[in-house]
Design a binder for this molecule. Structure first.
Ligand SMILES: Nc1ncnc2c1ncn2[C@@H]1O[C@H](COP(=O)(O)OP(=O)(O)OP(=O)(O)O)[C@@H](O)[C@H]1O
Ligand SMILES: [Mg+2]
Length: 159
């Protein structure tokens, strides 16, 4: 089972994406299999690793969440991209912004990501999720924290 780390901070521009990428690549260099989950609808993590065409991607964190909500079968490996630095990435794009709105009316919305993590966890040593936490919309944060076992507390470091 993978060790799960989440990097969250309410404040923007404090280094969440950079820290996540650097920690991920560092762990990969120590022969760890790392999945980086881009949970930011701006797709910053995907973009920073050079996956620039995220708009065209149909298999993203949003499509996986959609399948879990509709109780459709989920292929946990689908949509995961491999980077030359040795890390794996589940990308995000603007579809996640629409999903965030949709989640408002979804029962059990806070445990959707945990379900996905449980599916994919045996495949990895580390899973890292990164997100911007909207001040007005906290469901996404709850979704993260429920699957987090290790919260990387940028909040404390940068406040
Ligand atoms: N340790 C660091 N030292 C100096 N600059 C840094 C460091 N980490 C990140 N930066 C720079 O700070 C800026 C913001 O970093 P980053 O995009 O990782 O923050 P973020 O918290 O993910 O932002 P957002 O809230 O927009 O997603 C970038 O220009 C990045 O290059
Ligand atoms: Mg970011």
């Amino acid at each position: 089972m993978a060790r799960v780390i989440s990097i969250v901070c309410q404040k923007g521009g404090v280094g969440k994406t950079s820290s996540s990428v650097n920690l991920g690549v560092g762990l990969a260099r120590h022969s760890k299999k790392v999945l980086l989950i881009d949970a930011d609808s701006q797709g910053s993590l995907s973009l920073s690793l050079g996956f620039t065409d995220t708009k065209r991607l149909t298999d993203t964190i949003a499509s996986i969440m959609s399948k879990i909500i509709s109780e459709s079968p989920v292929d946990p490996a689908k949509g995961i991209l491999k980077h030359t630095e040795g890390v794996y990435v589940l990308p995000a794009n603007n579809d996640l912004a629409a999903m965030e709105m949709f989640l408002v009316n979804v029962y059990g919305r806070e445990s959707i990501m945990r379900e996905y993590i449980n599916l994919i966890s045996p495949e990895y040593d580390y899973i890292k999720a990164i997100s911007l936490v909207s001040r007005s919309f906290k469901v996404h944060l709850y979704n993260r924290l429920l699957f987090v076992y290790h919260l990387f507390s940028l909040y404390i470091v940068y406040q």
